[in-house]
Ligand binder design. Structure first.
Ligand code: HAM
Length: 400
């Protein structure tokens, strides 16, 4: 992140803090790396992330560690390790952290990127799913992300999914000659990913494939209907996409993804879903949970160039000559301690150069400090200049 991006990023951070904090989510930050096993178990061995995108290293003590590629598994690990199950349910957490995936970098896809994420742990109510979706929708709206589309689906329970996977596997084997080699190789490992393929012949074959949404059991179907009703109630528009596949294996029931047509190839702005079995996969008790994560860089790209006001500079302290620099140094420091934004000359410019610089940074006032105890205070907007004692400068600027 370069300084010119900082102000826009701060807008996103502030929106996240206001919206998620306002809904009772509390900030959590987990370490940058975790035991490799945590990610392999939860994200899934057959996923692209685990197969080829993790930065994994030996820590020198025989332990395999991995730079976190995502935040859900680490948050669940922290939840168990720190006894958060004793807190009132759901335990609502959010994070704004950097993540690492060894992907080929391109616009919107980086090897280190930032995510805003929220996780509601300990509740299986459809209201929680709807809240998670609604919070991300609100975040994107407040930041001004353009051309947003929400895709929604349900993956059911692992049991339904296992049966369905077999059915889909049979279909894929029966249609092998129509599939790309990549998809064909993974029929038994991860048949669901076939829906994700961009190969035209594969896509064609997948149009007639059985869909999981038609195979949900009654409880899952009811849960999904309720989530939809709740989103309808607050006017959140979505498209049901039975082929929605997320790149992580831990999901159960609701899954969703927000995309922006403003983004091009990497159109996913944020996504998430329910992961009712994840906690058990890492040795905890059965704990239903749902969450989202959205890429900060992608949110900003989708928002175009939101208006960011230049930071206000109340006072620039210029030095006219000689000894004045010591008074100037002290004045700018005192001004900041009194709550003003103030800068002083650090580059040894001529007085003319200093005034030009003060104008460029948008200073409201310039105090010109010389050898005398009197200071000239210039109002940069009106051009008016007056003499006053050094001790009166801060009061004069504050009083305006
Ligand atoms: P994910 O879909 O893998 O989900 O990532 C979420 C978001 O992170 C993406 O929509 C995208 O905006 C951003 N992102 C992912 N990879 C990159 C990259 N290489 N460069 C830039 N941005 C990227 C998760 O990570 C889940 N943990 C979400 C979740 C939370 N599910 C439940 N709770």
């Amino acid at each position: 992140m370069l300084p010119e991006d900082a102000a826009r990023r701060q807008l996103v951070e502030r929106a996240a803090r206001d919206i998620l904090g306002g809904a009772g989510y509390r900030r959590i930050e987990t370490p940058a790396f975790e035991a490799t096993e945590l990610f392999v178990r939860t994200i899934g061995e057959a996923t692209d992330i685990v197969r080829k995108e993790m930065y994994t290293f030996d820590d020198g003590g025989g332990r395999s560690l991995t730079l976190r590629p995502e935040g859900t598994a680490p948050v669940c690990r922290a939840y168990l390790e720190h006894g958060m199950h004793k807190l009132p349910k759901p335990v609502k957490l959010w994070y704004l952290s950097s993540f690492f995936r060894a992907e080929a970098p391109q616009k919107g896809r980086y090897r280190q990127f930032w995510q805003i994420g929220a996780e509601a742990i300990g509740s299986d109510t459809p209201e929680t799913d709807a809240e998670i979706v609604a919070l991300l929708a609100e975040l994107l709206e407040v930041i001004g992300a353009h051309q947003i589309r929400l895709r929604l689906s349900s993956l059911g329970t692992p049991e339904t999914r296992a049966e369905y996977r077999e059915e889909l596997g049979r279909y894929l084997h029966a249609n092998e000659e129509r599939l790309s080699s990549d998809v064909r190789e993974r029929i038994d490992l991860n048949p669901l990913r076939a829906f994700d393929s961009s190969d035209p012949a594969t896509r064609d074959a997948m149009r007639e494939a059985p869909v999981l949404l038609d195979r949900l059991d009654d409880a899952d179907a009811e849960h999904f209907t309720r989530v939809r009703e709740l989103l309808d109630d607050v006017g959140i528009r979505y498209e049901i996409d039975p082929t929605l596949v997320r790149g992580l294996d831990y999901y159960t029931r609701t899954v969703f993804e927000f995309e922006s047509a403003a983004l091009g190839a990497q159109s996913g702005v944020g996504g998430g879903g329910r992961y009712d079995r994840l906690m058990e996969q890492i040795g905890g008790p059965q704990t239903p949970a749902v969450g989202f994560a959205a890429g900060v860089e992608r949110i900003l790209m989708a928002a175009g160039e939101p208006e960011v006001e230049a930071p206000l500079v109340d006072l620039f302290v210029a030095v006219a000559a000689g000894e004045g620099s010591r008074d100037a140094w002290k004045l700018s420091r005192d001004a900041r301690r009194a709550g003003l934004t103030a800068q002083s000359e650090l580059a040894g410019r001529s007085l003319k150069g200093q005034l030009r610089h003060a104008d460029r940074i948008g200073a409201r006032y310039v105090a010109i400090v010389g050898d005398r105890t009197e200071v000239s205070l210039k109002d940069m907007e009106s051009g008016e200049q007056r003499e006053l004692p050094l001790a009166g400068v801060i009061g004069a600027v504050r009083g305006t």
